[in-house]
Design a protein around this ligand. Sequence first.
Ligand SMILES: *Cc1c(COP(=O)(O)O)cnc(C)c1O
Length: 450
Amino acid sequence: MRYYSTRSKAEAVSFAAAALTGLAPDGGLFVPEEIPQYPRYVTASLGSMGFHAIAFETIKPYVQGEIPDPVLEDLVLQAFSFSAPLLPVGDRLMLELFHGPTAAFKDFGARFMARAFSYVRRGAEKPLHILVATSGDTGGAVADGFYGIEGISVTVLYPRGRVSPLQERQIAGLGGNISALAVEGSFDDCQRLVKAALGNESLKKRLALSSANSINVARLIPQAVYYAAAAGKALAGTLDPDGEATPRVKDRGAEGGVRSGSTPLLTVVPSGNFGNLTAGLYAMKMGAPIQGFIAATNINKTVPDYLASGKYEARVSQATISNAMDVGAPSNFERMTAHWSYEALRKMILGVAVADEDTRQAIRRVHDTCGYFLDPHGAVGWEAADRLQGLLPPGPLAVLATAHPAKFAETVEPLTGPVPVPLSLKKVMERRVDARIIPADITALLEVLS
Ligand SMILES: *Cc1c(COP(=O)(O)O)cnc(C)c1O
């Protein structure tokens, strides 16, 4: 597969080049030259295939000729070492994407990307050095994804004192090939420092540098996998029993209302940078039985407004309780519009924006009626689907649960009482933070890296 920049078709690059470069030289995002189709034997058996087999079939055409089949088979086994259960909750389905090591869906992309980088750079002379700036969640997933991966080291920059104790332990508690820098400044300062370092000529001469931000194709493509797997299960009616980490306290609500079985899946995607939703569009176009999407945002509603008016207006982001979605200028928007026109996007996506107070009420209501704990991001999705009751086409409806509620206990527990904490997060809290504190200054960063 060849990849182009969203801004020009002048130069095609390989998967490896697109992944290792991250951003195209002209400032655009890399997109595949076409969205491949699943072979018929795959679409016919998505409901009975295992997750790893679906992962292999989904990713294969995007890396063909660069990652041999047996390597890819092994890679998806290593990357997706946890499940993505689809469960009935009340009158709908929840697709739980938080069973990975950092308890958020970003584990899918980060773990695949780490192993793909390692493979495509096998035999390289210099070790690869990855720089990431994070406001909290991305850094944890990237650090964990690359932890122990051969030939690659990672430096994560985070704003000192502005991430949660859990997030800090996920970023700065690993050691080994992962270094953490607590920057005396904001997330924007961290991003500025990373950009400056990536553009520093003398540093680039000494180190093979890359970034691992959310626009990377190697993070995007693996996210199509769980859409295809869930859509297959919904169509076949093969739902999962409660998983071990499923945060429930009482019996689930009435299941009689779950609409499943004959029509393609409608998916509700809590969205910020719109990487997750773009991956869903890829899965649908590849032939997974998906009929459309609800793009659920918090008050940072740039995309729902665009869908309503046809005008795109980026804004400054506003802080909310679903903070991983506090994005005013979603970077994957450029990718969506490179593939599809406004009319085409409107046919596939309904946009809904939900304010914090309604998000809180949804968390309380779903816990009261179904005994199910939503995190603030999943709750935005649940509430968005409620708003559209009566307007939606028939068929099964799945809300993506993008993070485990225990990650946001300070918001969730006042509404529901104590949230059961999964073992993976308990273990993280026992880690010791080992970060170097630096001023928000490029010379300080360059000194650390030299
Ligand atoms: C990153 C994140 C999102 C937003 O995903 P995008 O791909 O940026 O739209 C939603 N929920 C959680 C918990 C996240 O970490």
